[in-house]
Design a protein around this ligand. Sequence first.
Ligand code: DX5
Ligand code: ZN
Length: 216
Amino acid sequence: MNKTIVSPSILSADFSNFGEAVSLIDDAGAKWLHMDIMDGSFVPNLTFGPPLVSALRGKTKAIFDVHLMVVNPGHFLRDFADAGADIITFHQEAEVHPQKFLEEIHALGLKAGISIAPQTPISVIEEVLPFIDLALIMTVEPGYGGQTLIPECLEKVEKLAKMREKAGLNFRISVDGGINEQTAEKAKKAGADVLVIGSAFFSHPDKRSLVASLQS
Ligand code: DX5
Ligand code: ZN
């Protein structure tokens, strides 16, 4: 059984000191670093872009798990790839030709993920499951950290895990939003392999033990 992957989201970090956030993530033993890219259109918030990815790239060996919450993900693909992203995840709701876009991500040598918001059914990504490396199931409305997990979204994780098994596929299932020590257990039981964790990570007094308990 593979260890659960913990992917701390710097959306909840101190925006005046991202370098410190990277050290906190590395020191806590997390192997992935989640970057929530927001354009103020797909979601009503605006965060950061490729310049931050490249500024942090040389500071850590963590896998850069880039989550594009943007209306035109293709517009940014090359810039994020050149900046040092390892995984590019886009929203199914924002891309008319998801399979073509997945191919473009893979053509750049990156891992490709697709994400769906809480109100989007799993059925809309069924056709592209054979082409993804990661499915990111939003467990809050995209846009802000510090929200409460929507329990119904874990039913989607369960459903997706069953579809994956039935189809003999091996993409990872990631959950994003409202993950903490309590909800993480429910998410893992539902079938999540990757836990994106923002506010509960950066507010925790002992990040190392938090990551160790989530990875177990
Ligand atoms: C929402 C963001 C957040 C973030 C995690 O668009 O994607 O879910 O990563 O934030 P927390 O862990 O604070 O809910
Ligand atoms: Zn995210």
